[in-house]
Design a protein around this ligand. Structure first.
Ligand SMILES: Cc1cc2nc3c(=O)[nH]c(=O)nc-3n(C[C@H](O)[C@H](O)[C@H](O)COP(=O)(O)OP(=O)(O)OC[C@H]3O[C@@H](n4cnc5c(N)ncnc54)[C@H](O)[C@@H]3O)c2cc1C
Length: 455
């Protein structure tokens, strides 16, 4: 940490309240904060805010700061540091890091949990589970509240609870003018609409208030039933068709997630992770048994486990170690066409792995215009992990799936080009989001990463 700031890294001096919050390249702690999980960075300064007011001070500083040659500096926002596009770090710019804003407070009587942006979803799950409560979130505990609760949130309870943004009841937001606001359905409803699915378009969310779901489990600790199935698949079209029909026909308590690897011998190894929301084995058993009939099973296990166990938090330092690329599309249904396109994508040497995740259910209950996530009718999220091979090769490897897409989940994609943003925020959603962004952020402070205003 730095006390004497004037002129460091060629930047203007920081305001007094941030004097002990800044980490510069020649500071000892810099190596641990310069990068995100997916990208190595070399920012000019990382501001480790500890309060919403400090975030606001950092925003005001970033809005005014100029580099040595009078140029505008890139500004990145970081909460959990797990953004797929690696845009929570940069080179030569300012990082506003919220990882120290990581409190999670449950009010069981009010049935509300407040989570600060820098907390991970694993921490949220451990606060909720003893009260027999869950929240739909991603399935990795170290992804941040800030990045996920603004982007969407597709997890093991999607079909039963919807997206994470569907459980947000209020948010604390710092806008580009450095103001701290609480937004909800009554207070600044337009901004409240935008923070639920619009990412960073209208500012930095420092805290969200969420409505968790009571599980009514016999165990009383939010246990769920977890099933893993390994299939050796020769006809991925037929398998995907059968899987899509199985999950679409299953009760909403069931959630399905596939990870797919080509073997090179014409077979695909498909690993399914199925979750039943709750510990009602009598209700779950026929559904999970039906999953065993979808293909040639080479291994399987099913067990009851506390919900935090499926939201693991290894807590690794972020050194840009996961330097892969990802692409995704929302498709109307998981069917034979999707399966055949996935087989084609997996056959490309740039593709490392495929994913198919079930949507529908409670996700589709929400009116497409109610939040800034418009993709409510699609019933599957399909993505691939890619080795970094350059845009041309990455486009080519994903092309068979891309052409089937009718939307994109921006936070699941490394593609930050304008066309990707148009797919993530299509039509009226995009028009409204862009207008709100231009209104509250006229100078375009928050246009790094997935943005309709990225040039
Ligand atoms: C291993 C892994 C597993 C994942 N699993 C899932 C999953 O199951 N489901 C799912 O939905 N997603 C999943 N994701 C995607 C992930 O949830 C998103 O990329 C999310 O944006 C990460 O949030 P973060 O705070 O950790 O990211 P960060 O890297 O901190 O931020 C990523 C971007 O989000 C924006 N942002 C961050 N904080 C804020 C804030 N406070 N206010 C406004 N904007 C902000 C910024 O534009 C930033 O560039 C996964 C990602 C990884 C790496």
């Amino acid at each position: 940490m730095s006390a004497t700031l004037k002129g460091r890294a060629g930047l203007p001096p920081l305001p007094a309240e941030l004097a002990n919050r800044a980490v510069f390249p020649d500071d000892r702690g810099y190596a641990m904060v310069r990068s995100s999980y997916m990208a190595a960075g070399s920012p000019a300064v990382v501001i480790m805010a500890t309060t919403a007011d400090e975030v606001a001070a950092a925003v005001r500083y970033a809005a005014d700061a100029q580099g040595p040659d009078g140029e505008r500096l890139p500004v990145a926002v970081r909460s959990g540091g797990h953004g797929i596009a690696g845009t929570s770090t940069n080179h030569g710019g300012i990082i506003i890091d919220l990882s120290r804003l990581d409190a999670v407070d449950l009010d069981p009587d009010a049935h509300r949990v407040r989570a600060q942006a820098g907390a991970g979803w694993g921490k949220v799950s451990t606060v909720l589970a003893p009260h027999d409560l869950t929240i739909t979130s991603g399935n990795f505990g170290d992804t941040g509240v800030g990045g996920l609760a603004t982007a969407g949130g597709v997890g093991y309870f999607a079909r039963s609870q919807g997206l994470t943004i569907d459980r947000v009841r209020a948010a604390q937001l710092v806008t580009a003018d450095g103001r701290v606001r609480w937004v909800d359905a009554e207070h600044e409803p337009d901004l409240f609409w935008a923070v639920r699915g619009g990412g960073t378009h209208v500012g930095i969310v420092t805290e969200v208030e969420l409505e968790p779901t009571r599980m009514n489990t016999r165990s009383g600790d939010a246990s769920i039933i977890y099933q893993e199935v390994g299939y050796a698949v020769t006809d991925l079209g037929a398998f995907t068709q059968a899987w899509g029909e199985w999950i679409d026909g299953a009760p909403r308590a069931a959630e399905g997630f596939l990870m797919l690897n080509a073997t090179g011998s014409g077979r695909t190894i498909v690993r399914a992770r199925n979750v039943w929301a709750g510990d009602d084995t009598a209700a779950a058993t026929p559904v999970l048994e039906a999953a065993l009939g979808l293909g040639q099973v080479f291994e399987q296990q099913a067990f009851i486990t506390p919900y935090p166990q499926i939201v693991p938090s290894p807590g690794q330092p972020h050194l840009g170690q996961q330097a892969i690329r990802m692409r995704d599309v929302l498709v109307d249904r998981a069917d034979a066409e999707v399966g055949r396109a996935m087989a084609q994508a997996l056959a490309d040497r740039t593709t490392l792995l495929g994913e198919i995740r079930a949507l529908g259910g409670a996700v589709s209950d929400v009116d497409p215009s109610a939040t800034a996530w418009a993709g409510r009718h699609q019933r599957a999220l399909v993505g691939t992990w890619l080795r970094p091979a350059g845009t041309v090769a990455e486009d080519a490897s994903f092309a068979p799936l891309q052409q089937l897409g009718t939307g994109t989940y921006a936070a699941y994609s490394s593609d930050v080009r304008p066309a990707s943003a148009e797919l993530a925020w299509p039509g009226d959603t995009g028009t409204r989001l862009r207008a709100l962004s231009e209104q509250v952020d006229p100078e375009g402070l928050f246009t790094q990463g997935h943005s309709l205003r990225r040039r």
